[in-house]
Design a protein around this ligand. Sequence first.
Ligand code: IMP
Length: 438
Amino acid sequence: MPGIVIVGAQWGDEGKGKITDLLAEGGDAVVRFQGGNNAGHTIVRGEQEWKLHLIPSGILYPGKLCIIGNGVVIDPRVLIDELDGLRARGVDVGGLRISANAHLIMPYHMLLDSAGEAKLGSLQIGTTRRGIGPCYADKAARLGIRVQDLLDEKILKKKIVAAMEPKRLSLRPYEKDPALDLHTMTEEFLIFGHRLEQHIADTSKLIWQLLDEHKKVILEGAQGAMLDIDHGTYPFVTSSNPLAGAACVGTGIGPKAIDEIWGISKAYTTRVGAGPFPSELHDGMGETLRQRGGEFGTTTGRPRRTGWLDLVALRYAARLNTMTSLVVTKLDVLSGLDRIQVCTGYRGADGAEFEDFPYHQTVLHHTTSKLTELGGWKEDLGECRTLSDLPSGAREYLDFIAEQIGVSVALVGVGPGREQVVWTEAGRQTLMGGDGAS
Ligand code: IMP
């Protein structure tokens, strides 16, 4: 199984980091293909917790190749801080490779992100204010600064001038900001270049070589399908494509190099930032899910909006990704509930019912969820390691999801620890050829 893609099947924060970490152990390389430091992974190893925003989760395995693909937007300051933090904790970061074609988040991108949000007022998207949107906008406008530009002082300066010129008016309120001084910025970014140079590579070629040698390459997406700029809840989305298809473009491989596509979904739903969320709970149950699930952003610390599992959105995500397996995370959070509700359809403002995700935003904005009630379970799931360890209510819940979306469940998360997972037979067979996994 050379190419396996891991993508979020909801609005991000599904727990992709832990799944990537698990698969990375038996993989040869982990590659990120889109997004930037708007994402955040928390990985728990024994007593230790790691929070990463840019570096692929595989970095914790000594010597493992960890690649930041061309589709990622990189804030070099954040990347260097992350590298320094890992080194300080004794992690060998020698396996990190950064695409020379990846775009850089510049100081003006961050200022424009915040300024853009402020201008939108009540219509604001609730971005992470990390400069993601303005950076991708410059990439599309062919005004971006790429990693390779850090290695050429003349080009770097020229490109910064060209990129800032059309933004003069929007940047006027910040004209005294020392971070925007051309000389200071160029000097600072050249230093970043020196620090990162040893990691900069032709990463597509590296991945082709690995695939030619039948090595296992794990392609790790950030955010989730519903935040996709083309297919998500636009304009309340991120500025990239967090879908399996983007794993090709964001790394430089063709679709035939991908064998498996694992979609990750929580056992319920969360969303950060503004935008439609049909199964959102505004009551005490929503608060219960937030507290039990620790639903506060890794990147911004914002409380996440919470709701029941949305199977309409999940079916849509399964189709958008041609998902081959589903991973259900945080099932333990639902323990102790007498009844569990699941959103199986939407109801429009005029009473119309939808089983498929409505294409029109106005319709979506006014939908409420049609709920199906399932039995809960009382038992704590933290020690469950096989499907038969799970209480029948939990098994029925998983069966219901799999049947509703037409994709089998490969893996279930039952606690924050690395070992707190249940591999299903389907998951074991897909990944290990029947050998099983720990
Ligand atoms: P941006 O990606 O910072 O431009 O933010 C756009 C939207 O995507 C906002 O609603 C953010 O809250 C959301 N978003 C971006 N990254 C993540 C993530 O990693 N998890 C969850 N939501 C995200």
